[in-house]
Structures are given as structure tokens and as C-alpha cells.
Design a protein around this ligand. Structure first.
Ligand code: IFM
Length: 488
């Protein structure tokens, strides 16, 4: 996805401490959701059990050279068998919500037809265990593991996949809707469309720019159709989608840089937000994409379907991009998921430059002011909707030192800074209702395999032993206090 670790430029703030003060001067609302997130293929394992069908990620991982170290999600962190232990860990941390994803090929092995009851039963057990522990279940219906049979029929570039998704959504919603009230349809459609079908760094690994745009539209259409079907059964449920949004800065005020920022904002943020919340694609982005025939994919009535009223928008936020339109500096491309996609679709002449900030172990620049910017922009520019940070966190290559818990001060600093930015947004009137850190557990980080760790809880991939890191204790302290202390 991006270049190797740049550990020498990591975050260097001073101590955040191992627990927030009970007084919590920066208090969050009493009903705030304090959560953590995972995704099925990244944690479950058990890819060949109880009738699960193959997904595009099973196929991709078996394609030589696609995933670092030839890693696969076959075992992952064995959440399928260890979910009770994991729910107990969540309870120990004091989480009141858990965001997980439902594996489509586990519950509907070929992507159409009847549900696989054994697969559904796993999610029933998980949901029951969560409810017993007083933790609200927050399923996401699509976190990138498309049934392989649907990819064989053309995948997301085919319109029919949107309808298959809506059918699956309605079926699983029927099964779990009696005990689950908050639902997310799709996760990060930008990644599914552009990493999957443009740069080919994610499954299914295709490099077809025009097809990637059709994929983006059909993911959004699938979301709208799914919301429509779910709303009909349970109008009282809280429904939405999770999008990965970035703060974008031009490298300078030169016209070319301002235009690069407009383009990247268009492809990364507005291409998804505008149809979802305003019922239309942005005109300037349609014009940028004209040469790829994007407009002809959008049929009459589609944007109305995508624009179903939603109750919650999930914001996955990690970083800021600084971009230039000067062709002479494109060679300086820095580590960001977008920089690998831009040569393929929509931003062919855009370069990503070093913003001079500290970076995480992914090489992603750390900028909590970008989170504040994204949240306040949503509040200011889009129709009102409850906001949740559905992902935010930092990945590092962490090596345990015997039995000592991982001392991940850098992650604590990252989370602390982003929670402060969230609090500031709330104080400014943004309807931010919850925060799910990515991730509860170390897990399979897609094309990076197991080399990058995002968890609050360290997992030994040989023994599957879970050991909470310092960040887990710190987060538990924040939750207990209901907020953060003033900065020292
Ligand atoms: O691990 C991923 C997750 O699946 C989607 N959002 C970004 C995370 C970190 O790369």
C-alpha cells in the first residue's frame, strides 16, 4: 500500500500517562460510544470451516507476490473460535460498543441463494456474547471480502453485484435484526474500488481504471439498496456507511497545487460523500472522469437510491495528504494509500509530498488537526447526520520483549491527540456520538500481511496469546473517566 516503515520520524510528544484523571476535564457526552473495530477477514480465520465459501481475499493471498511474506487470513487471530475470550477482553477495557464485520462468504458462500446457517450461527453467538457483556454490537456488512463467485461473474464493476449485496444485507438483517440496532453497510468504498480495481494492491488485484469507477458506483448503489431493504423491515434501526476521509492540503497556493487538492479531495472524499448525503456526484469530479466513461455507469434514479436517508455516518480517519500538481515533484511521492492509486484513476498528474509531520509505522503522517477539519467540514457543508469515528489508530512493527506488555507510547500519543481533536469538534457543535479505535487486536493488515500491528491488544501469531498493550490500559482509563485530562 505504501513504502516501508519510517520509524525514525515517529511521534515525539511527551507522556500522556497510563490513565486519565477521574475528573476528566475534557469530558465526552455520557452516552458516547467507546468502541474498537475489527473486520472479518482480518481476525476470524476459519476460512474453510462450517461451509464458508471462498472470498476474493483467499484467492488474492494465494497469488504469489501479492501479500507480504505470502501471509493469508486462513488463521488470522482465530477470532472465530476465540471470540468469547475477545469479548471478555473488551469488557475488561470497558468498551460499550464493538464494530465487527460480517463475512459475506461465511453466511452466503457463493454470494447468492440461501444463507449458510452455520455461518449465521457464529454471528448469533458473537452478538449474544456481546449483549450479555453489555457491549453494543455494530456490524458492518461489507469489509472487502467479496464472495469469489461474484468476482468470477465480474465483481463490483458489474451492476448485479449491488443487487446481490442488497439481498445478502436483507437476509442477514432479518437474522440478527431482533438484537442489533446499529448497522453499517459498506466500509471504505474508496479502498474496495480503487485499491481493488485500479492499483490492484488489494483483492481482486485488477488494474482497470474504468472498471474501478464502475465498482465505486455499484458499491454506493449496493449501500442504497441495502438501506432501503433494511429500513423496510426495521424503520427504527440506525443505518449508515463508513467512508475513509482525509484532510487534504495543497503544497502551495499555486494554481496547479490548488487544483491537485481539489482533484484528490474530489476522488477521496466528495465522490462518496456527495451522492450519499446530497444525492448527486460532484460536477467537477464527473468532468475529471469523463474520459473514463464514468457518467454512463450512472443510470436514472441511481443517485436517489444512494441518497436514502441515513442515521449515522462512519468516518475512518488516519492522516492528511499534501498534494501538488507540479509534474516535476511527482517523483517525491510519499507513503499514502492514495499515492499508489493516483497514477491509475482521476489524479494522473498529482504528486504527494512530504508534509513534514511525524509518521506512524505505516509511514502515514500524523495530523489530528485533519480529523477536526474533516469532522467540522462534514458538519458545516453536509446535511445533518450523527457522526461516529468508526476507525482511527496507528500501525507499527512491534516486537515483544519477553512477557512485558508492549509499551506503545506512540500509539497512546496518537489516540490521545485524535481524541482531543474529537472533543474539540464536539465542543464546536459537531454531532460526534462515538469513537471506535482501529483495532482491538493485532491482525492481518491486507497486503502488508502480519507485518504491521494496529491492535490495543498484542497477539502472538504462533500461540494466539492475547496480551493488552499499554495503550489498552490507557484507553480503559479514558473510558472509565469518560474523557481526558487537560494537557500538562
Ligand atoms: O486495516 C485497515 C482496515 O481494514 C480498513 N481501514 C484501514 C485499516 C488500516 O490500514
Amino acid at each position: 500500500m505504501s513504502s516501508p516503515t519510517q520509524g525514525d520520524r515517529r511521534h515525539g510528544h511527551t507522556q500522556a500517562g497510563q490513565g486519565a484523571s477521574p475528573a476528566a476535564p475534557l469530558a465526552f457526552p455520557a452516552d458516547f460510544r467507546w468502541g474498537a473495530a475489527t473486520a472479518a477477514y482480518q481476525v476470524e480465520g476459519a476460512t474453510n470451516e462450517d461451509g464458508r465459501g471462498p472470498s476474493i481475499w483467499d484467492t488474492f493471498c494465494r497469488t504469489p507476490g501479492k501479500v507480504l511474506g505470502g501471509d493469508t487470513g486462513d488463521v488470522a487471530v482465530d477470532h472465530y473460535h476465540r471470540f468469547r475470550e475477545d469479548v471478555a477482553l473488551m469488557a475488561e477495557l470497558g468498551l460499550n460498543a464493538y464494530r465487527f464485520s460480517v463475512s459475506w462468504p461465511r453466511v452466503q458462500p457463493s454470494g447468492s441463494g440461501p444463507l449458510n446457517q452455520a455461518g449465521v450461527d457464529f454471528y448469533r453467538r458473537l452478538v449474544d456474547a456481546l449483549l450479555e457483556a453489555g457491549i453494543e454490537p455494530w456490524p458492518t456488512l461489507y469489509h472487502w471480502d467479496l464472495p469469489q463467485a461474484l468476482e468470477d461473474a465480474g465483481g463490483w464493476p458489474e451492476r448485479d453485484t449491488a443487487y446481490r449485496f442488497a439481498d445478502y444485507a436483507a437476509l442477514i438483517h432479518r437474522e440478527l435484526g431482533d438484537r442489533v440496532a446499529h448497522w453499517m453497510t459498506i466500509n471504505e468504498p474508496w479502498c474496495a474500488a480503487f485499491l481493488g480495481y485500479a492499483s490492484g494492491e488489494h483483492a481482486p488485484g485488477r488494474r482497470e481504471p474504468a472498471a474501478s469507477l464502475r465498482a465505486a458506483h455499484h458499491l454506493m448503489l449496493g449501500h442504497g439498496e441495502a438501506v432501503r431493504a433494511m429500513r423496510a423491515r426495521h424503520p427504527e434501526h440506525r443505518l449508515g456507511a463508513a467512508v475513509n476521509l482525509y484532510a487534504i492540503s495543497p503544497a502551495s497556493q499555486a494554481e496547479a497545487d490548488l487544483d491537485a487538492a481539489r482533484r484528490v479531495d474530489g476522488m477521496q472524499n466528495r465522490l462518496f460523500l456527495d451522492p450519499l448525503l446530497r444525492g448527486r456526484y460532484p460536477e467537477d469530479v464527473l468532468a475529471d472522469l469523463d474520459h473514463l466513461g464514468f457518467a454512463s455507469t450512472i443510470l436514472d434514479g441511481d443517485t436517489e437510491v444512494i441518497n436514502q436517508p441515513i442515521d449515522q455516518l462512519g468516518v475512518n480517519y488516519y492522516s492528511r495528504f499534501t498534494v501538488t500538481g507540479d509534474p516535476n515533484v511527482t517523483a517525491q511521492a510519499v507513503s499514502s494509500p492514495y499515492s499508489t492509486v493516483s497514477p491509475w484513476v482521476g489524479s494522473e498528474h498529482v504528486g504527494f509530498v512530504d508534509g513534514g509531520r511525524p509518521v506512524t509505522g505505516m509511514g502515514w503522517e500524523i495530523d489530528e488537526t485533519g480529523l477536526h477539519e474533516v469532522l467540522t467540514r462534514l458538519h458545516r457543508e453536509y446535511p445533518p447526520v450523527d457522526l461516529y469515528i468508526t476507525e482511527n489508530g496507528a500501525g507499527y512493527d512491534e516486537v515483544p520483549n519477553g512477557d512485558t506488555p508492549i509499551q506503545d507510547e506512540e500509539r497512546i500519543q496518537y489516540l490521545d491527540a485524535h481524541l482531543r481533536a474529537s472533543h474539540q469538534a464536539i465542543t464546536g457543535g459537531v454531532p460526534l456520538r462515538g469513537y471506535f479505535t482501529w483495532s482491538l487486536l493485532d491482525n492481518f493488515e491486507w497486503s502488508w500481511g502480519y507485518s504491521k500491528r494496529f491492535g490495543l491488544v498484542h497477539v502472538d501469531y504462533t500461540t494466539q496469546r492475547r496480551v493488552p498493550k499499554d495503550s489498552a490500559r490507557w484507553y480503559a482509563g479514558v473510558i472509565r473517566a469518560g474523557g481526558l485530562p487537560e494537557r500538562e
